[in-house]
Design a protein around this ligand. Structure first.
Ligand code: SF4
Length: 219
């Protein structure tokens, strides 16, 4: 008789089925943020905290036209940055982080964005989420990006029992093939916007409904 599959192998098989269904539903995924370089993506991602990608994209063309490099941002007047990013919210904090991050890039990395997680998270205003966005999209280094959509949907789908982003990241890394880490995160974000919304998820039309153990599904 074949041995009973372990809980972890069952989980992997379920994650695999979910991954394939989302791959088919969202075949082409890319960050919705506008950027032309790793540095622009880094700044745009800092700005996207508590703000929609659409609003960030309204602000960044003017911002990057005024300040085109880490050197320019490092020397910029803080109040001028604040004025340019005001509509993204938390603008004082974001302006301070962008300027300090640019200064650190100039001082430690020859004004280049490092393609390295440890170096990135040592930059002011840069956490693992931002670092994984930049590594995945600008450098092709796979990483699980844990934003609110990814955290919520991973929990509903039973892919994690944690609420701490770093632990969620580790749980997803264990069940998703490495080369798909970045794309899987983006697919969950698209899926969260379209189907598995925070309030009133569209469970009756959800393509992974039969794989989802969430106890409060809508009917
Ligand atoms: S069944 Fe509902 S809760 Fe589960 S993943 Fe689908 S939309 Fe989300």
């Amino acid at each position: 008789m074949a041995p009973r599959p372990s809980t972890s192998s069952e989980l992997k098989r379920r994650a695999d089925r979910i991954r394939k269904i989302l791959n088919a539903r969202y075949p082409e995924v890319a960050p919705a943020l506008f950027y032309r370089s790793p540095f622009e993506l880094l700044v745009a991602t800092i700005l996207s905290a508590q703000c929609t990608d659409l609003q960030v994209n309204r602000v960044t063309p003017g911002l990057f036209a005024r300040f085109g490099s880490p050197i320019a941002f490092a020397a910029a007047d803080l109040e001028e940055i604040e004025g340019l990013i005001h509509s993204t919210g938390f603008y004082k904090n974001k302006a301070r982080n962008i300027k300090a991050c640019s200064q650190a890039l100039v001082e430690r990395h020859a004004a280049q964005v490092p393609a390295d997680m440890e170096a990135l998270v040592r930059l002011p205003g840069v956490g693992r989420k931002t670092a994984n966005v930049v590594l995945g999209a600008a450098f092709g280094i796979p990483g699980i990006v844990v934003d609110t959509h990814v955290a919520r949907i991973s929990a509903r789908l039973g892919l994690t029992a944690h609420s701490d982003p770093e632990k969620i990241e580790t749980d997803l890394m264990a069940v998703i093939p490495r080369k798909e880490w970045s794309a899987f995160s983006l697919r969950l974000i698209f899926f969260g916007r379209e189907i598995c919304a925070a309030r009133k998820p569209k469970c009756p039309s959800c393509p992974v409904n039969d794989l989802c153990p969430y106890p409060d599904k809508t009917t």
